[in-house]
Design a protein around this ligand. Structure first.
Ligand SMILES: [Zn+2]
Length: 446
């Protein structure tokens, strides 16, 4: 069985991957036997299947007992269980390595927590120094973690001061090897346009926030690929304080669909930021025990001072939140493209484990379990189709799975209580995950 090449690893000694000795990898095939497959290519469950994994790929799928299985393959008896694609965190963060604000182990733990929650792909939305090396180490199995696609350091009012600088920065980040450009507030329209044109010329993605001076319409017309958090849409249709109308929803959906723009709603996080979440419930989230005390203290402090924060909406929080939920439902029903994201590890969004909060709130908005899971699997595969094949259980797809005890299309909450996760062909059993979660909890709670 394939294993991670190196488990214990100190980031103090982060150095290029090429000088590490290759750890021996046992490349035996893995067979998931007699499993119900939720392929996510359509709304269906294929019962009594065998799924064969070789290397990091699904090499064959067939009725139980009908595949020719290489000798020595290890078999995971999955009778009665369900196999669905691993999910993606499309607006995630990988903490900086040299921050000094957190315990040294925090970065490794964040990467592991993503896997523990069934997140096998993360689009990291803010680049920090040395993360390109980290990406190679994770994606090549030197460090356990989800497959990383990373944005470079952000384009913001602070970091960019002229159109020329914007253009230069695009080329710098492209040559350095970042996967996309991160847009933050504060860019002028001229700077944004220069960035967009330079990026479009070389085929580089730019995504994230919508700067106020640019506005949603310009951003979308200039080719911004994802609009994250939906707040740009809410401002565009003016649904900040009054219940949203059908005409306003229609306007948002039309813009999204006609320009083929993707949305990453991050509904659970935004409910908290607006001030519409119940603080007592947040504080009782069972998953926060896997965060360092400094991080939890920061979150609790945030709640205490929330009235002074940028996104807080006070008396309008509830109606604003309702509008966001209606917008998500309208975008889904209108055929706009949705990607799952929770903005972990933002406040009360624990990497990986936060996905259960997002699944629940998307369901409250009226999306079906299939639509919700699609936003974190099939849609993500579409999004990255030029780079790799994943997000579905189909032959030749990257072997990223969650093994589940019940049918996730009928019950989303069963995903949290999964029976194991596979990432790039590496199997991590529930037992291993629980052991590691206990270790993380002990490290931070003592
Ligand atoms: Zn973010």
């Amino acid at each position: 069985m394939k294993i991670f090449r190196l488990f214990a690893f100190s980031f103090l000694f982060l150095i290029p991957v090429t000088i590490f000795a290759q750890f021996t990898i046992d490349d035996r095939a893995i067979l998931f036997s007699n499993v119900n497959v939720v392929p996510m290519t359509e709304q269906t469950v294929m019962t009594g299947m065998d799924v064969l994994v070789e290397g990091d790929r699904i090499s064959a799928i067939g009725q139980t007992g009908e595949l020719s299985v290489p000798t020595g393959a290890s078999v995971i008896d999955a009778e009665g269980k369900y196999l669905m694609p691993g999910l993606a965190e499309m607006h995630g963060h990988v903490p900086p390595m040299e921050s000094g604000n957190w315990p040294e182990r925090y970065l490794e733990d964040v990467l592991y927590l993503y896997l523990a929650g069934g997140i096998t792909t993360v689009r990291g939305m803010l680049g920090h120094p040395n993360q390109l090396e980290l990406r190679e180490q994770v994606n090549n199995n030197y460090i356990p973690g989800p497959t990383l696609y990373l944005a470079g350091p952000s384009f913001s009012g602070q970091s960019i001061n002229s159109p020329e600088e914007a253009r230069e920065r695009v080329h710098e980040q492209f040559e350095a090897g970042w996967d996309l450009l991160k847009v933050h507030p504060g860019l002028t329209l001229e700077e944004y346009t220069a960035m967009a044109e330079a990026a479009n010329e070389i085929g580089m993605e730019f995504s994230g926030h919508v700067p106020a001076d640019v506005g949603l319409e310009n951003a979308v017309l200039l080719g911004q690929r994802t609009v994250d958090h939906l707040d740009g849409f809410i401002e565009y249709i003016g649904a900040m304080e009054e219940p949203v109308t059908d005409e306003q929803l229609e306007k948002a959906v039309t813009l999204a669909v006609e320009n083929d723009v993707w949305s990453v709603p991050t509904q659970a996080l935004w409910k908290t930021l607006l001030g519409a979440a119940d603080h007592d419930k947040l504080k009782e989230y069972d998953e926060i025990r896997y965060m360092p005390q400094q991080v939890i203290d920061g979150w609790f402090n945030y709640l205490n001072n929330q009235q002074n924060t940028f996104f807080y909406r006070g008396e309008y929080a509830e109606v604003h939140q309702e509008n966001r939920q209606k917008l998500l439902k309208a975008l889904q029903d209108g055929g706009a493209k949705i990607l799952m994201g929770t903005d972990a590890p933002q406040i009360f969004s624990v990497p990986g484990l936060s996905i259960k909060r997002e699944l629940a709130i998307m369901e409250q908005a009226g999306l079906t379990p299939y639509e919700i899971l699609k936003s974190g699997s099939y849609n993500v595969g579409k999004y990255y189709q030029d780079i790799d094949t994943f997000g579905t259980i189909t032959e030749n797809s990257r072997a990223d799975f969650i093994l589940i005890n019940e049918n996730p299309l009928e019950n989303l909450s069963t995903i949290d209580n999964h029976a194991g996760v596979m990432v790039r062909g590496i199997w991590i059993s529930r037992e291993d995950i629980d052991k590691k979660l206990n270790e993380i909890e002990e490290a931070y709670r003592n």
